[in-house]
Write a protein of this length. Structure first.
Lengths: 111, 115
């Protein structure tokens, strides 16, 4: 069962454009993490959001956690080729302990 | 901080042999370690969760006798793929969770090719 629905699955944009990736669920999460993965490497943690309504910024990346703790978004401003990669959202449902459920990922290509 | 290593980074083995992959947390103690499998252009699929000193918990559909997991210390977990077959070829990634944290830190992955 895919708890986290991530969209879009693929995104190809030009340098300088803005984009938003969405991560949605019908389940409530104690926290959500966003990772970026490059080919042949392990995912790298970008941010963890814990509080409903929380907004975190990491340079040109803005992460938001929904008020109900069921969804999250990642917004990239003025994308650069170095932002290319697979973006994964992952969350630990309230009753699952610490095991993370991963979305299917968004493959971003910036040219 | 929060560095996780995996060894080997890639391995080629013959069908029927066993392969062991090590996962180490280098600068923190990992209460829990996780093993994932990833197919090309797909997301991570959780295989099992292991807590130090106890038996691993396997996800549905993952054969525990084929994928042996040992979590002998707070910094080391191993995954042994027994009697490997070509369909076991994949990218295996481990992650480690510090105590009282929801965050997981991932290793660089191991590319297994079974011929």
């Amino acid at each position: 069962t895919q708890l986290l629905e991530q969209s879009p699955q693929f995104l190809s944009i030009q340098e300088g454009e803005n984009l938003t990736v969405y991560c949605n669920s019908s389940s409530v999460f104690s926290s959500l993490q966003w990772y970026r993965q490059e080919p042949g490497e392990g995912p790298v943690l970008l941010v963890t959001v814990v509080t409903g309504g929380e907004v975190k910024k990491l340079k040109r990346l803005t992460f938001q956690f929904g008020d109900a703790r069921k969804d999250s978004s990642l917004h990239i401003t003025a994308a650069q080729p170095g932002d290319t990669g697979l973006y994964l959202c992952a969350g630990a449902p309230w009753d699952s302990g610490y095991a993370l459920n991963f979305g299917k990922g968004t493959s971003l290509l910036v040219t | 901080g929060a560095v996780v290593s995996q060894h080997p980074s890639w391995v080629i083995c013959k069908s029927g042999t066993s392969v062991k992959i090590e996962c180490r947390s280098l600068d923190f103690q990992a209460t829990t370690m996780f093993w994932y499998r990833q197919f090309p252009k797909q997301s991570l699929m959780l295989m099992a969760t292991s807590n130090e000193g106890s038996k691993a918990t396997y996800e549905q559909g993952v054969e525990k006798d084929k994928f042996l997991i040992n979590h002998a210390s707070l910094t080391l977990s191993t995954l042994t793929v027994t009697s490997a077959h070509p369909e076991d070829s994949s990218f295996y990634i481990c992650s480690a969770r510090p105590k009282s944290s929801y965050e997981q830190y991932f290793g660089p992955g191991t590319r297994l090719t079974v011929t």
